[in-house]
Every structure is written in structure tokens, then in C-alpha cells.
Design a binder for this molecule. Sequence first.
Ligand code: NAD
Length: 388
Amino acid sequence: MKDIRVAIIGTGVVSRQHMERYRKIPNVKVIAACDINKGKLEAWCKEWDVENAYTDFRAMLQRDDIDAVDVCLHNNLHLPMALEVMKAGKHCYCEKPMAGSYIDAKTMYETSKKYNKELSIHLDFIFHPQTRLAREMVEADDLGHVYHARSVGYRRKMRPGLDVPPPAFSMDFITKKYAEHGALYDMGVYHISQMLYILGAPELERVSGSVYQELPIDPRLPGANRMEVEEMGVGFAKYKGGLTLDIIETWAIHMDDLGTGFVAGSKGGLRFTRNSGQSGLKFITEVRGRTIESDLQVAANASAETFVNPDLRFFADDQANWIAYLSGEISQRYDTAWLALQTMKVSEGIFLSSKLGREVTADEIESLSVSSAIRSQETEWGTFRYDI
Ligand SMILES: NC(=O)c1ccc[n+]([C@@H]2O[C@H](COP(=O)([O-])OP(=O)(O)OC[C@H]3O[C@@H](n4cnc5c(N)ncnc54)[C@H](O)[C@@H]3O)[C@@H](O)[C@H]2O)c1
């Protein structure tokens, strides 16, 4: 089993979740970290026992003992930094959403192919056992003709930087320059990618949608005058073959229950039974003319499932999956970058439709998408100019 030496760029909130996961993977060594905030970086390196600290990512990327780099920056820095990483000859794992715009995500995907580097995007929900079963059932025709699905995610009131002030969430989540968009990107990416995976990554044809920012903002909150992105996005997408997907994703809404995601087929339906889509799956069908509803018992199945297919431990989450592939423990991994790109496409369709006030086609999303990537960044260490 080959050791994979990883470097982290961005030692903020999410990097901690990444470190918890790397600690559980025996053949990963996080050997370097980079952040433009020196105090934060040094405290982080001490806490996680990482020896090499850099404020300049280019100095870090020059090291020839780094195999792969984990980018934990905000959305509009994903493309510039992922390009720097892959052009420096390293594999790249990057936070979600893939980028600030569809065209930027596409550039990331094409660059990974051009430089033959493994690009993976943090799309947690596709690794859950209930997602796996749902995909298997759709593929095996257990649901019959699948004609409609719903992607849902909501919080009663949890706008980052507002209802959950820093340091729990940085203000960059609601700042257009860094995030580009709000809830539809931040949380929607998990639910939409999960649905697209279950549906077999269908080909998008057209989308209509709207985005909203309606709830009042308490002026005493730190991000009160910084809310520049949508708190809610709603869309209706049509895929090749007539399949439809409706989407609702919100950080905040005066509503008690928006239900959960589902997949509807002519022979049966699947419903996630928790709002986040993270757990619970119900199969709804008909047996001998009687309607039946049954729940997946994830815990009861776990041991036997892993015994029968020991490789499943490499499919526990996207970091484990990417590392196992890089170290040669598995010969195939989930193409999270492709799925993230398809997720970006439908999301951008909603933003574009909202802006134009009409339905848009997949071709229009391709041709009208504009890069939102940060090309130059002022830091106390000088101006970083990105080669895009
Ligand atoms: N916070 C979460 O719970 C969470 C969960 C899942 C995914 N994400 C995603 O992770 C990304 C980062 O979110 P976060 O909450 O960790 O942000 P954060 O603001 O806590 O951390 C980002 C860090 O990047 C550093 N940085 C900025 N530019 C840099 C550069 N050029 N070189 C080195 N460091 C630089 C900042 O100083 C900061 O420490 C976002 O895309 C977000 O969508 C966050």
C-alpha cells in the first residue's frame, strides 16, 4: 500500500473535517499546509502536527514530495487554485461547489484530463449506503420507468455569517466575490449530485428557476450588510428522455417542513426519510395490488455488506475513495468531478433562468456561462496573480 503525501491549502473550518478523515486513512500523511493567515496557519499546524507551513502556495507546490493537494478555499478560488495544483503535477481534491460558475468547473475538469491528474470534488452524499442502494435499484429496474425526482434541502433559519455568525461559518459564504452564489451552491450541491448519481447522470435539456433573498436581516448581526447571495433557490429541470427533477434548497424559510427528496418510478418509488438526505430510505411499491412501504435498515446490513464486498471501505467517503485510487488499492473510483460538473450545470441553469426570467436550454448554459474565478488576490504577502 503506497503512502500518499497530501498538502492542504486553506486551514479554515472545513479543513478540520478533512483532517479528521485523513486521520482514519492509514496510508495518508499530511505533510504541509498553506494559509495566507499566518497566525491561523501556525495554530492549525501545531494542533494537527503538520510540520511544514506556508503562506505562499507556490512555494509549497514546488516541493517534489507532495502527491496530492486538498483545496479548502472558497468557491471562486477553486478554479484558480486547482489549476495551479494540477499544473504543478499534483492530484487535486477540492471543496464543493466545484467552482463559482459552470464554465470554471468545466475548465477544471478539462485541465484534469489535459494534465492527467485525478480531480475529486467533495460530494459526500453519493457515498451513503442508501444512495448506493437507490442507484442499484434504479439500474436494476426495480422502480420501472423513472420519470420524476425531487431534490430538497432546507434549514429553518441558518444563513451562514448571519444566523450562524463567524467563526462557525465565515462571512465569505455570503460574499459574492468569494461564494458567487448561496444556498443552492452551498447545500444544494449535495442533494442535487445525490439525485443525479441515483438517476445515472442524465443529460440535461432545459431548466427554469428562481432565486430569492426575502427574509429580514437583523442589522446587529456581523454579516448584516454583507448578504449578497440567494438564501433560497428553486428549479425545474428536464432531462433527456422526459425525466424531470424539481429542486428546492434554502438556508432559511418560514416553513415547518419541505419534505424530503424522492425518486418516482412506474413500479416503485424511493424516498429519503431525513431532510438532509443523509440517512433513511423508504421503498414504496405495490405487491399483489396492495401498496407497501418498507425502510432500508442501514445498520443491520452494514457488516454483511462490507464482508461480502470488502472494497466498500474505500467507498466510505470521497476522501477515502480518492486516496484509495491514488494508492492503487482500487482500480475504479466515483467520478465526483464529472458529477459535480453536471450539478453545476443545472444550478447555473437556475441562476441564468432567474436572471433572464425564462426557461433556458443546456446549450444556453454552455454558451452564456461566464467565469467568476478570482484572478488576482491581495494578501499581506503581496498580490497573487493566478494563471487561468
Ligand atoms: N464550513 C463548512 O462547514 C464547510 C462544509 C463543507 C464544505 N465547505 C466548503 O469549503 C470551502 C471553504 O470553506 P471554509 O468554511 O473552510 O472557509 P474558511 O473561510 O473557514 O477557510 C478558508 C481559508 O482559506 C484561506 N485562504 C484564502 N485564500 C488563500 C490562498 N490564496 N492561499 C491559502 N489560503 C487562503 C483563508 O485565510 C481561510 O483560512 C467553501 O468552498 C465551502 O463551500 C465548507
